[in-house]
Ligand binder design. Sequence first.
Ligand code: ATP
Ligand code: F1X
Length: 304
Amino acid sequence: MIYTVTLNPSIDYIVHVDKLEIGGLNRMKQDFKLPGGKGLNVSRILKRLDGQTTALGFLGGFTGDFIGKWIEQEGIINEFTSIKEDTRINVKLKAGEETEINGLGPVVSDTEITDLKEKLAHITSEDIVVLSGSMAPSLPSDFYESLITIIKAKGADFIIDTTGKALLEAIPHQPLLIKPNNHELAELFQTSFSKTEDMFPYGEQLLKNGAKHVLISLGGDGSILFTKDGIYQANVPKGTLKNSVGSGDSMIAGFVGQFEKTKDPLEAFKYGVACGSATAFSDDLATAEKIRSLIPEVQIKKVK
Ligand SMILES: Nc1ncnc2c1ncn2[C@@H]1O[C@H](COP(=O)(O)OP(=O)(O)OP(=O)(O)O)[C@@H](O)[C@H]1O
Ligand SMILES: O=P(O)(O)OC[C@@]1(O)O[C@H](CO)[C@@H](O)[C@@H]1O
């Protein structure tokens, strides 16, 4: 079973306007409310690909009810911890360019924290846990590490998709996968890249530090996978960009879903690319049909 943990889920309020007038009254052309949060997006894609997935994290208030009902309707096992405060709303403003305004997130109490940890402790060594996204500021800064301790004690694998200190602290615990994008990688090492090859030593360093696989996503420019056997680069399938929100999460879902089945990192990489691009070419997260249609277009070559 693949578990996802979304500590700070959201309703993603997607707002389309023709042209944004700062300081004026803007009328929406179209709007959508969708369940959001990185781990939840991973679960939603896994489910569409017929995977079994359980979603953990914190959900509260009217916003939490909306998300809980939605994901249950999609067949995702909902083991979220109920919290007193409202889950946040993240605004995704589409006015030609995309602008995101993400909420801070609710205060989570000690009892709520204990409940989440108890639920996580039900996993077995056969399971993979995906830890994704930001933490509400009320949580201790080493919270992800405390969850990793539980996961490791059960002998399960984990994937972590977060940034900064929480990501750096997780790497020595040997995550199955980390997936920084090129900007996050540059930030981790306080550097900048002018070409793809510049990233190679940093990806290799992350492997040395403990990650079992490192996937660096480059948006519309593709992605690079670092494994113990070498470095591989993928193209991007052709299509029209509709929405880049959630393409990174979709990539992780494709990778972990296929890795669970085949244990083959290159096969997993191929599915990851197809899922990431399929979401980039869709209004919401990609459908299984769209993902499957892109698989034949993905080409992976060894570059080192
Ligand atoms: N414009 C695009 N065209 C084709 N494929 C894309 C595009 N944008 C993203 N993808 C696919 O999705 C993968 C992940 O995208 P990206 O690098 O933007 O992740 P991310 O920064 O984690 O995204 P997010 O945080 O918005 O979910 C890319 O490596 C690529 O395979
Ligand atoms: O604020 P975080 O946790 O970093 O990111 C949250 C978020 O932007 O990530 C998802 C896309 O990856 C969205 O569904 C959600 O709104």
